[in-house]
Design a protein. Structure first.
Length: 433
């Protein structure tokens, strides 16, 4: 274990408000101890790297995705923002290569820039296809709230050249899709999940219709599946823990009204050819299953024992196993709506050995809660893994009434979620028991 790569822990970080050892701290200690039990010759350390460091300059780079090329190199693609760090700020999609498993990267090369009259391009998903090509889905955002469309492109020469991007749909709407969401099923069908939001120019509709686009001809044509689901009250699961006396009246009313949202879905193919979808919500990871691509999704249910804020999750299968790996932000004993609950921290891991029916917590990738982590990608290759993700930065631009830097409830600077692009590299065995 590379101890220098672990966040520095203090007594304050180790204990919760009641003076008890936090789950994150306990598992961090166990993680360090476990590193001494590694097999001889096996690389077991977790290596962390800032690919784009925006901790102090106010910039934003992220929503990355990584593919292994035929020659063993890694191809990294991500959104690089300019002229601001908001979702609708100008941005390009850039790519970089690594010949040494992500220790070093080539200089960024702009691959896709926004078309004329568009706001930006962002959120790339890379996938090495069964025919050897690299497929990519990314978004062209035409307006800030009403027109955002996924596009497809592919490369047959390791990212040197790409086909002309084509939209997955001619529909005019605001589709949202995360980075690293494209999958290819065993039968060759490509699947990309999105949520469609009924926004207006003045208001964002947070409850998206989560569904999938499919291509049965390896990207030449795409069709939107008929069945898509917004959150329904009958699927509501009460947050746990939830302490009404510690939260605002608006949060209490939200729970009493059985109100929630579905956003930013992901999909994974199960062993029997079914699909499982995950959708983020205010305090849960909601899951559903699909038997046929032209069928109906099962009623959504909240994953038991997973306490999350409104942040995205990534779910992939650990190669050669029945295990599903989830990257998410576990809020531990902190209740829904309480101060600090919305922080996307730590970078947690949960695993499932029964196709998502139950989950258990695993050692986290980033146990410290001093930063936020989100919009991860996960690649398994050569018995290794690489994760890319945003790491937050301290906000020094927000001042309080006395002209000092505004602080969170815990005395730390407020956080800007979407800042640096960071990677974590290690052995795939990290995700095994």
């Amino acid at each position: 274990m590379n101890l220098n790569a672990l966040p520095r822990l203090s007594v304050a970080n180790l204990l919760d408000r009641g003076g008890r050892l936090t789950w994150c701290a306990a598992v961090a200690v166990a993680l360090v101890a476990a590193s001494s039990r590694s097999a001889a010759g096996e690389r077991t350390s977790l290596d962390f790297q800032y690919v784009e460091d925006h901790r102090t300059d106010g910039g934003r780079s992220g929503e990355g995705s990584i593919a292994e090329l035929a020659d063993g190199r890694l191809l990294l693609m991500y959104s690089k923002f300019r002229d601001g760090a908001a979702d609708h700020s100008a941005a390009d999609i850039v790519q970089r290569y690594s010949k040494d498993q992500g220790r070093n990267w080539s200089a960024p090369q702009i691959l896709f820039s926004r078309p004329a009259n568009a706001t930006n391009v962002m959120s790339a998903s890379l996938l090495r296809l069964q025919d050897g090509r690299v497929g990519c889905v990314f978004f062209v955002k035409w307006t800030a709230t009403t027109h955002c469309i996924p596009h497809w492109t592919a490369s047959s020469d390791g990212g040197v050249t790409w086909t002309k991007p084509i939209p997955l749909t001619e529909e005019v709407g605001y589709f949202v899709g995360n980075n690293d969401r494209l999958i290819q099923m065993q039968d060759g069908v490509l699947v990309y999940p999105t949520s469609l939001h009924a926004n207006t120019a003045a208001q964002f509709d947070g409850n998206g219709a989560c569904g999938i686009f499919c291509s049965r001809d390896v990207g030449k044509t795409w069709a939107k599946a008929a069945d898509a689901n917004r959150f329904r009250k009958e699927w509501f699961t009460r947050p746990e823990p939830f302490r009404p006396e510690r939260v605002s009246a608006a949060v209490v009313q939200r729970v009493e009204n059985r109100s929630d949202v579905f956003q930013e879905p992901g999909v994974v193919e199960l062993e029997n050819g079914r699909l499982m979808m995950c959708a983020r919500s205010n305090a849960h990871v909601y899951l559903s299953y699909l038997d046929r691509l032209d069928g109906k999704w099962e009623p959504f249910r909240a994953a038991a024992g997973i306490n999350v804020c409104l942040g995205p999750q990534t779910i992939k299968r650990l190669p050669g196993s029945k295990r599903l790996v989830m990257l998410y932000n576990d809020r531990g004993a902190l209740g829904y709506g309480e101060p600090g609950f919305s922080n996307r921290t730590p970078m947690s891991v949960a695993v499932s050995d029964d196709e998502g029916r139950s989950w258990k917590q695993h050692a986290p990738l980033e146990p410290s809660d001093t930063r936020n982590y989100c919009y991860s990608s996960l690649l398994f290759f050569k018995d290794q893994f690489m994760v890319s993700y945003y790491e937050s930065a301290d906000r020094t631009d927000l001042l309080d009434a006395k002209g000092k830097v505004a602080l969170e409830f815990d005395g730390r600077p407020r956080r800007r979620n979407l800042a640096s692009l960071k990677t974590c590299f290690g052995p795939a065995s990290f995700f095994r028991d």
